[in-house]
Design a protein around this ligand. Sequence first.
Ligand code: GUN
Length: 293
Amino acid sequence: MPAKIIYGKEISAQIRVELKERVDRLKARGVTPGLGVVLVGEDPASVSYVTAKAKGAEEIGMFEETIRLLPTSTEEEVLATVDRLNRDPRFNGILVQLPLPKWVNPDKVISFISVEKDVDGFHPINVGKLLRGEPCAIPCTPYGVVQMLIRSGYSPEGKHVVICGRSNLVGKPLAALLVQKKKGANATVTICHTGTKDLPSFTKQADILVAAMGAPRVITAGMIREGCVVIDVGVNRVPDPASPKGYRLVGDCDFDGMLKKAEAITPVPGGVGPMTVTMLLLNTVEAAERKAN
Ligand code: GUN
């Protein structure tokens, strides 16, 4: 049987219906959840992410403002913008789109966002809370991966999840989330990375494989076992003369090759991507609810 395809768009749509109801309830109490997005420069991928975030926020009735700063902006200018958003009570959530220009220190900027408004979950205090299993904003991509698994009937509980990639944005927080002694987590987790010797010997042990390496189609069908559930976080541009843009998007996994072998697999695009935006909206609504209560 061909693999079930897990569409993030469909799961996102369900969650956004639930979120709109929560936003409506907040509005009835006189509170409109607000998201402030800071975009420095015009990197096309960043512009498209930020546009999706703004559109998603507006669709569920949230207040959203994108502050676009010049590509030549200094660190002081970025910090001053974050300071303004920190102080402005209309914003429950602040997101500074990464990457930043190379002269702006992302760690400094992220640490400057108030912990309560850090809807990316990147602030060191939120990172620490996540590791300790305390309530906090959960980074959006790992949160989206876990929600996709649970809502498509593949709970990670008791499963061996092999994560390929150890980034601070995906691999490490996802591992911290999955090992928690909680419903919807409680998995056995292996993290593989560029220092891993004999990668296939690990990926073949996975009940659930999460690919987050950022390299096009490097995980092939021969590297997974029959019945594996594959979550592909990668978004890579590959040249495609047939496409009007001259490129197309592919994941870190060989999607077509895995269709016959996997139990379920996420597509790229239309898989994890839409979930990331939805979890950002969820974190912002939760921040507004916390403040309102
Ligand atoms: N750039 C790519 N993904 C992300 C993300 O999840 N948050 C932020 N702030 N920037 C990103």
